[in-house]
Design a protein around this ligand. Structure first.
Ligand code: NAD
Length: 499
């Protein structure tokens, strides 16, 4: 069986801790690799290498750093199929979906080619007599990223590309479920011309994460994952004086108004609710039709579409709709939640609890499920299911639907389907959620805007990618200088001001 490694100072490094975890192929249930889990010493080795390399990288011109990103984009395109296949094998998503995962990361790398523009700083000529004032953005030093299983290419790139373009060195602790693509990305960065040591991949579990939280030379942490861990990392990281941004879980609602194009809304719900088996932080997991008639029609149109979704392994071809869940535990958890929904009185309109993937009986597959008559007090509403399960909460009015979304503790994404401009505008304006779609189901902002939720979906300041990323990964220094130095004003004891 393959034994994976860490990637430190440009080399594949065997694990030293003697602590290993299994990496599965979720479609077959087979263990396909052993992953070494780092201890404090291994993490420290990575940080020391990064610290040394960063001194030179910080004074490399931003344009040269941008050129590494440009070459990296070329290599990502060259290796797209190899990366997508490896990603699907460890994650389970279909090959077209894996390409999308890589592509949305690649787009942030493309954006980072333009980092010099954001790092220019500000300048005021003649702020006082002979005085100029300027601000510059300088890198933070060694920073770290801790990433989730569900986008093993995109989210690592969202983290390390802007950090590195800003002149930092980056320690990546990817998910222990699907670490191979992050390791391949780090090797491609070196092939693209990145100096060794600037991007280190340290694999592991809580021990490695705690070592990152406690390491005095790591100045900032970017985290993406579930809300309880996001909260933990935010609290501990801040307590240790680090700059921290943590993006957590979600429960995303789509309101369907009586005037909506229902066919469009149904397609949107099917794509965003069941794509990637519902394992997306921007998945729509709650449909909120307004009015009985809308709800009845919606359910009637949804049922045949959900019933005919094609579930299968990534090897079964490009017409599969979604694959297995990430682990056996995830599968059991989702099936238990579905049972709880039935027990608590929701109506299971599409029931695939006995679904078994023929020829892949040990795989972690769950068929598509559709609930109607879900109430906010039920566990299937309160929990982030992270599986192919769409819940329908019926409401009587726009205000009731709006209140439902407003009162939900999560605030990652939401959308509304309507033909009425007033309603759409009111929704976009009032809603306490970070990313909003109007007749768009997964409102994931493109690379040059920023991505981030509100409420329990994000902790800390500033969003991911877009201009915010360059703010997060740099600190500002402001210089006040006077030339020529020959001006003689005598000693001034009052606080300096422009009077
Ligand atoms: P997770 O929280 O289990 O793991 C995320 C990372 O934290 C991994 O690297 C893992 O090794 C580490 N980790 C896990 N338990 C830990 C612990 N006790 N102490 C320290 N570190 C720990 O999340 P996941 O299951 O990999 O990913 C799914 C979750 O991520 C979902 O909740 C999803 O909504 C969320 N997510 C959010 C966004 C966003 O931008 N808001 C994007 C993608 C995924």
């Amino acid at each position: 069986m393959e034994e994976l490694y860490h990637f430190i100072n440009g080399k594949r490094i065997k694990g030293q801790s003697n602590n290993f975890g299994d990496v599965f192929n979720p479609a077959t249930g087979d263990v396909i690799a052993k992953l070494p889990y780092a201890n404090e010493t291994e993490l420290d080795n990575a940080v020391q290498g990064a610290k040394k390399a960063q001194l030179k990288w910080a004074v490399t011109s931003p344009q040269k750093r941008g050129r590494v990103m440009m070459e990296f984009v070329r290599l990502l395109n060259r290796d797209m199929e190899r990366l997508a296949k490896c990603l699907s094998k460890e994650h389970g998503k279909t090959i077209p979906d894996a390409r999308g995962d890589i592509q949305r990361g690649l787009e942030v790398v493309e954006f980072c080619i333009g980092a010099p523009h954001f790092l220019k700083g500000e300048f005021t000529d003649s702020a006082g007599t002979g005085i100029d004032m300027y601000s510059m953005r300088q890198p933070l030093g060694v920073v770290a990223g801790i990433t989730p299983f569900n986008f093993p290419a995109m989210i690592p790139m969202w983290k390390f590309a802007p950090a590195i373009a800003c002149g930092n060195a980056f320690i990546l602790k990817p998910s222990e479920r699907d670490p191979s693509v992050p390791l391949m990305l780090a090797e491609l960065m070196v092939e693209a011309g990145l100096p060794k040591g600037i991007l280190q991949v340290v694999n592991g579990d809580k021990i490695a994460v705690d070592a990152i939280l406690n390491h005095p030379d790591i100045t900032a942490i970017g985290f993406v994952g579930s809300t309880p861990i996001a909260q933990y990392i935010y609290t501990e990281g801040c307590r240790n004086g680090k700059r921290v941004q943590c993006f957590g879980g979600a429960k995303n609602h789509m309101i369907i108004m009586p005037d909506a194009d229902l066919d469009q809304a149904v397609d949107a719900l099917v794509g965003s609710g069941y794509g990637a088996a519902g394992e997306r932080c921007m998945a729509i997991s709650v449909a909120v039709p307004v009015g009985e008639k809308t709800a009845d029609l919606l359910i009637e149109k949804l049922i045949p579409k959900v019933e005919t979704l094609q579930v299968g392994p990534y090897t079964a071809g490009e017409n599969m709709d979604f694959g297995p869940l990430i682990t056996k535990e995830a599968r059991e958890r989702v099936l238990n939640l579905i049972d709880s929904g039935v027990k608590q009185g929701a109506m299971l309109k599409v029931d695939n609890r006995d679904f078994r993937m023929q020829g892949y009986e040990n795989g972690f597959f769950v068929g598509a499920h559709l609930f109607d008559m879900v109430k906010p007090e039920m566990d299937i509403y309160k929990e982030e299911i992270f599986g192919p399960v769409l819940s329908t909460v019926r409401t009587e009015s726009y205000q009731e639907a709006l209140d439902l979304v407003m009162n939900n503790p999560y605030g990652n994404g939401t959308s509304i389907f309507t033909r009425d401009g007033d309603t759409a505008r009111d929704f976009a304006h009032q809603i306490n959620v970070g990313m909003v779609g109007i007749n768009v189901p997964i409102p994931v902002p493109l690379a040059y805007h920023t991505f981030g939720g509100w409420k329990k979906s994000a902790f800390g300041d500033l969003n991911q990618h877009g201009p915010d990323a360059f703010r997060f990964y740099t600190k500002t220094k402001t210089v006040t200088s006077r030339w020529p130095s020959g001006i003689k004003e005598g000693a001034i004891l009052n606080f300096p001001s422009i009077g």
